[in-house]
Design a protein around this ligand. Sequence first.
Ligand SMILES: C[S@@+](CC[C@H](N)C(=O)[O-])C[C@H]1O[C@@H](n2cnc3c(N)ncnc32)[C@H](O)[C@@H]1O
Length: 302
Amino acid sequence: MITDTSTNRYADDWNAYSAAWDGQYGSRYRHLGDEWCDDGTAERAHERRVMGLVEPWLRPDTRALEIGPGGGKWTVRLAPRVHALIAFDVAEAMLDRTQRRCRAEGLSNVSFVLGDGNGLARVADASIDLAFSYDVFVHIALEDTVVYIDDLLRVLAPDGVAIVHHAVAETAASWDRIESHNDWYRDRSHTLGQYYYHSREGLRRAYERAGFEIVETWDSYCTSVFTVRKRADSMVPRMERALRQAAVAATPEALAAAAEDVARALDDARERLAPLVDSLAGTTPGLKRYAILQRMRRLVRG
Ligand SMILES: C[S@@+](CC[C@H](N)C(=O)[O-])C[C@H]1O[C@@H](n2cnc3c(N)ncnc32)[C@H](O)[C@@H]1O
């Protein structure tokens, strides 16, 4: 388990990337991050398309979280459009870069949280309306990704949305990239730039299991951007949270409290189901009955 930034390989790799960046790219690019998604168009059309996915969720009262800001490329686009933004990263050097860039642009609504690679510690429960992460989870192993997915559920407010970019193995471009990067990757001197290719179906299961509803997925190159929502009217997030607490409970008291939470989640669901069950009485096959059944399904399955 990753618990400490000094032994976190993600932090070590990305701090090292930042340290080497000026020498490697500084003469060609202004900010760290400009070297990625450079599709050769003056207006960086690919990035505009990614912003198009986020636009519908940006509101003046939105409390946003960005995971893995790097040099702050997305941060400076998102922050002016929301109430507040937390930039969360495992690498201190990346947060320093993002902070300097935000200051230079006069952005005062961005705060900075250094993570330990083991979820979103220090981000409060139910405090986020929109979480965004681009070009980050492509580099994170599935075992670590799942910890973030579970924790996203914790930090999102009911009906909160997460937009997360992953590498997927299903496209022809995935296999082209694997082929063209394999020699480089297999000489074992790098981990940076390594992609963790998952299956779209596997990611869908991970999100749904955590209690998310998949709103849409958008495929580009060898990646897929998942837009997922924590449904306010589903019991699944609450149950998953209680199960997760049980999984990590280190004392008998903590385990008993988690078991109590599981039972309470069930009681709450039963209470919320009861009026729906009552309202079925007297209905005939048709739209009204379907609507009730669908609300019941959403409550139980998300
Ligand atoms: C390829 S850069 C992408 C930066 C930025 N999102 C962009 O598109 O320009 C990856 C970023 O994710 C951060 N990162 C890597 N592993 C992480 C982890 N396990 N938890 C949080 N951030 C991580 C890195 O420090 C870096 O800032």
